[in-house]
Every structure is written in structure tokens, then in C-alpha cells.
Design a protein. Structure first.
Length: 301
């Protein structure tokens, strides 16, 4: 369902309607079916729902996402080992890389609809979008398979099938000790069928809040696995691309189209409500200083 928005008042009203629908659903079901909402704001309706590592690629000849991802992560760990520490869980490492501007397979979402509206309100020349995602909030655990997906890059630069190595690494985790036989029975040696089954739904993940902006933006993520290509009846392998989320995906409960005509006024009112570049990136000294200059220029003595 799509709704055009020109004012912040309209957006808040519609957001409350979504909240009431979710609360109504949760009252009628057991806690294992508890639903929640997260939001994603994009300044242009032309943008795909795709993480930075997958954007702007020439699929026919471009370097594999696995290889590019490994280059980026290993170089960041080499240059800044005190920040991108080797003891971080894979999801937490990707989260930190994401917030410092390294392209990853994570797509930012937030539990605060006004934060999403802020990111959708830039570029007055084109309509923006806010996506309201609905997901099962009953289990906030990042299961081992999720952390395995987050470090898929470790299987780049291999002479054998990376998917085969990935599948074996997942099954060797202690969590799967009791399930290993069952999982092998359900798939071939590459694990393609089982992994495809795990990734049919959008993967919503949390990460440790290691820096201030993570707390301020009330953020979590959608984790993107590599596409798996099937050859024949039993053979599977990793594809070199990451597929964007279809904007008509069943887990997108609503799409708000933020009309370009109202963006300037929306930004003004968001700042009044405490949602601005200075508040969402309060750990960035350059941004704070820029905001000081802008605020002082508004004063007429």
C-alpha cells in the first residue's frame, strides 16, 4: 500500500495507524508471533532497496561482491585494528564498518519513523520514500547462520566452490551439533537448498551499539545474503551479485512517498522536534561544528 505525504503531520498520523494495527494483531496472538515495525528512509524514489556493497555494479564483468567485500574488510582491519577488532562478532563488525562508511551487505533501518522521514526528506528535486517493514520481533537472537552469512567474504579467493565451504563452516558451529545429520539429509553437499530455504524471508538483525550514532538513530539492519544459483537438480553456487528487495515485498507493510514539494518544511519541523544531522550524528565533531556555524548565521544582531 502506498501513501503520498506532503506534511509531517500526515506522516505522524499514518505512522500511528500502522502502530495501532500491529498492536491489535499482537493482542490476538501468542508471544511467539509478536510483530514489530522498522522503517527505511531514502531521499529518491529511484533508489533500490540495496546495501552499499551491491550498488553501481557492472554485473557482466565486475569483481565478485565476495572479493570486493573481503578487500574492504581486511584493509579496514589492517589499517584500524583498534576499531575493527578481530574479536568482534561478524554482525557487529559489519555494523561498525557500515557506520564508518565502508560498504557492507547491511541495509540500515530504524525503529523511529521520524528518523526514517529525516533521511527521506533530502533532495528537493525528487520524491523520496519511507518503507515500513513488518517482521517477527519475538526472537532477537542473531543465530549462528546469520553470523555465518555476515562473514561470507571469508570464502572468497578460493579455488573450490565457496558455497560448499560456507555450508561446512556453518555446520561445524556448536549450535548445529544436534541438527547436523538432519540438515545434511535435507540438502546436497553444497548446502544450497538448505541455505536458500533459510534466506527466503528478509533477515532482520541487531548489533551491539558500539558508537553513539547507533544509539541516536535507533537502528538495526537487514542482512543481505549472496544470491544462490542452481545448476541442474543438485548443484548450487554463490552468485556474484546481491539482489535488491522488491518494493512490493510482502514484508513491506506500507510505502510513504514523500513529495518533493513538502520536503523543506518537513526538515524544518523535524529539526524543531529534535531530529537533525546534529542530533543523529552527535559523535561527529565536523558535523557538530558545521551545525554551530549554521545556527550562528541564523542570528541577526
Amino acid at each position: 500500500m502506498t501513501k503520498e505525504i506532503e506534511t509531517i503531520e500526515e506522516f505522524i498520523k499514518e505512522s500511528f495507524v500502522l502502530q495501532e494495527e500491529i498492536e491489535g494483531y499482537n493482542k490476538g496472538w501468542e508471544s511467539t508471533h509478536h510483530k514489530a515495525l522498522v522503517f527505511r528512509g531514502q531521499s529518491s524514489e529511484a533508489y533500490e532497496l540495496l546495501p552499499a556493497i551491491g550498488r553501481g555494479r557492472e554485473f557482466s564483468c565486475d569483481i565478485s561482491i565476495l572479493n570486493q567485500e573481503r578487500n574492504l574488510i581486511e584493509m579496514a582491519k589492517y589499517k584500524l585494528p583498534h576499531i575493527f577488532r578481530s574479536d568482534l562478532l561478524p554482525i557487529d563488525l559489519l555494523s561498525l564498518l557500515q557506520h564508518y562508511g565502508i560498504p557492507t551487505r547491511l541495509l540500515d533501518v530504524t525503529s523511529n519513523p521520524l528518523v526514517a522521514l529525516y533521511f527521506a526528506s533530502f533532495d528537493d528535486s525528487i520524491d523520496g520514500e519511507v518503507f515500513a517493514f513488518e517482521y517477527n520481533d519475538s526472537d532477537k537472537t542473531n543465530y549462528p547462520v546469520i553470523n555465518a552469512i555476515a562473514e561470507t567474504y571469508k570464502f572468497a579467493f578460493t579455488t573450490s566452490n565457496p558455497l560448499s565451504l560456507f555450508f561446512r563452516a556453518v555446520l561445524n558451529q556448536p549450535y548445529f551439533n544436534e541438527q547436523r545429520g538432519q540438515l545434511v539429509d535435507r540438502s546436497n553437499e553444497y548446502g544450497g537448498a538448505w541455505i536458500k530455504e533459510c534466506c527466503e524471508k528478509l533477515i532482520f538483525v541487531n548489533a551491539i551499539e558500539q558508537i553513539e550514532r547507533q544509539k541516536l538513530q535507533q537502528g538495526s539492519y537487514i542482512l543481505f545474503p549472496n544470491q544462490i544459483t542452481e545448476y541442474g537438480d543438485t548443484d548450487f553456487c554463490f552468485n556474484k551479485i546481491i539482489k535488491p528487495i522488491d518494493k512490493k515485498d510482502e514484508q513491506i507493510k506500507k510505502v510513504f512517498v514523500i513529495k518533493k514539494e513538502g520536503k523543506s518544511e518537513i526538515r524544518k519541523k523535524l529539526e524543531f522536534l529534535g531530529i537533525s544531522e546534529a542530533t543523529l550524528f552527535a559523535d561527529n565533531i565536523d558535523i557538530i561544528c558545521k551545525n554551530i556555524v549554521e545556527q550562528c548565521r541564523k542570528i541577526r544582531i
